[in-house]
Write a protein that binds this ligand. Structure first.
Ligand code: PFF
Length: 453
């Protein structure tokens, strides 16, 4: 185990796992979904999914990872012999590589916007939609930003679990939390902030339709990084004393708190300028917000500069802590499966995912018209992972831990070999064995049936 490395502290474990969870999904995707799906009602459905479905999957990943102390494919091999369960591991690695690829494209945009904020450019531009579409459709610029971001996550992973992932998570996560607190204060001080808050916290249940429920589940899985094995891979580096259930709860709580807080940052700011923009879709962060910075702080360049720089830096840090977990999922697999040194395995993952990422980036530019069933490469990667691979992975993980693994082994992982008393153990097992698989299965079927018809 020492050859593989391990986390050295409880704080490192929670911050690295929360770092995987807190990412573009919280800051970019969550407010976008809340904005398009009717505000607080969406948040309530989302919360139910987080604690009833996604958290049991996370606990399941932790159990598989720590019980096997190996990468996600070999974990199934070790715990289930030569059976077909290893396919669940391969599915996770494939999904992780796919998410890393399209995620790095958006993270690359974030890198560019961080740069533009630090140079003050964002506060001078007037045509924000034009700037954004010009940038994403330029292959040179968007590929360079995507590759630079991928290189940054490579550099962290190459250093290993303790020196790389744990050390940088301990550095970046507190920075991220401080930036969030500063931005909340600034945003709440903006004129019209109250309207943004009431949009965020006033539930409109008429908006909770079947597609909204589906989006909430997809969002919960994506935001908590569950279903692929990233957190399972991290758990393979946990020590004997790590409390799996408590860590999973802490990660879910931090992630949800950050997502809602990002709503508190974004909506008051947007409402203070133009409430018609709240459901602006993915452009919310890259088109609407620069407009908000520009308009709300016109004549106050220092405020515009500080707010926009902090915001995009937050987005960049969050993206980086998440991408390293996907990178680690793939790197651990390649290095252990093929007996490669970590640096070579990480290099291979970086190259392969950069090539996939390039294909995703091109679908905003020269390959814009190359679509299949109306979706380009980027959309396909997003759709297949968030709507298909992650829920299926979640279903397999809970089925494996709840039904296939020896019950005593699972409980001894959850109770640290009987040394902890977990009052909610029975409820948790009920969630893992019944509620999560049935719930995810139903939502999943509901999603697949229209496609098969
Ligand atoms: N949870 C990350 C976010 O919210 O941005 C994204 C993510 C990371 C998805 C790792 C999937 C994953 F395996």
């Amino acid at each position: 185990m020492s050859d593989r490395g391990s986390f050295n502290s409880k704080l490192g474990i929670v911050l690295a796992s929360a770092g995987s969870a807190v990412g573009l999904g919280n800051i970019w995707r969550f407010p976008t979904e809340v904005g398009s799906n009717g505000g607080a009602a969406f948040i309530l459905v989302y919360l139910a999914f987080v604690f009833l479905f996604a958290m049991p999957v996370m606990v399941g990943e932790f159990v598989i990872g720590r019980a096997s102390h190996t990468n996600t494919v070999d974990a199934y091999r070790k715990l289930a012999g030569g059976s077909k369960w290893v396919l669940a591991g391969y599915l996770g690695v494939l999904g992780g590589a796919m998410v890393l690829s399209f995620y790095s494209v958006v993270a690359g945009w974030t890198l560019k916007y961080t740069f533009d904020s630090l140079t003050g450019q964002i506060c001078w531009d007037a045509d924000h939609a034009g700037v954004f579409s010009g940038f994403v459709s330029s292959p040179v610029l968007s590929l360079t930003c995507m590759a630079a971001f991928m290189a940054a996550s490579h550099l962290v992973v190459v250093r290993g679990v303790h020196e790389g992932i744990e050390r940088y998570s301990k550095l970046m996560m507190p920075m991220l939390l401080v930036i969030i607190m500063v931005l909340v204060c600034c945003s709440l001080a903006m004129p019209g902030a109250g309207k943004g808050l009431s949009f965020l916290f006033h539930p409109d249940f008429s908006k909770v339709t079947a597609p909204v429920v589906l989006s909430a589940m997809g969002q919960a899985f994506f935001s908590l990084s569950v279903g692929l094995g990233c957190l399972g891979t991290y758990a393979s580096y946990f020590g004997k004393n790590t409390r799996l259930v408590r860590s999973a709860f802490n990660v879910c709580a931090i992630d949800t708190l950050v997502a809602v807080t990002c709503g508190i940052i974004i909506f008051p700011a947007v409402f203070s300028v133009d409430s018609a923009q709240v459901d602006a879709g993915p452009g919310l962060v890259f088109i609407t917000l620069p407009r908000v910075f520009h308009t709300a702080f016109s004549g106050m360049p220092v405020l515009c500069y500080s707010f926009s720089s902090l915001f995009y830096l937050l987005l960049l840090l969050a993206a980086l802590t998440s991408s390293i977990s996907m990178h680690e999922l793939c790197t651990a697999f390649v290095s252990e499966k093929y007996g490669m040194a970590r640096s070579r395995a990480a290099g291979l993952v970086t190259v392969v995912c950069s090539l996939f990422g390039a294909a995703c980036a091109m679908s905003f530019g020269p390959w814009k018209d190359m679509t299949f069933l109306g979706m380009g490469v980027f959309d396909w990667f997003d759709f297949l992972t968030a709507k298909f691979i992650m829920p299926l992975g979640g279903l397999l993980i809970t089925a494996f831990v709840g039904w296939y693994m020896d019950r005593e082994m699972v409980e001894s992982q959850l109770t640290n070999w009987g040394t902890l008393r977990i009052r909610s153990l029975r409820i948790l097992m009920l969630l893992i064995r019944w509620v999560a698989p049935i719930g995810v299965g139903l939502v999943f079927l509901n999603e697949l049936l229209p496609l098969l018809r």
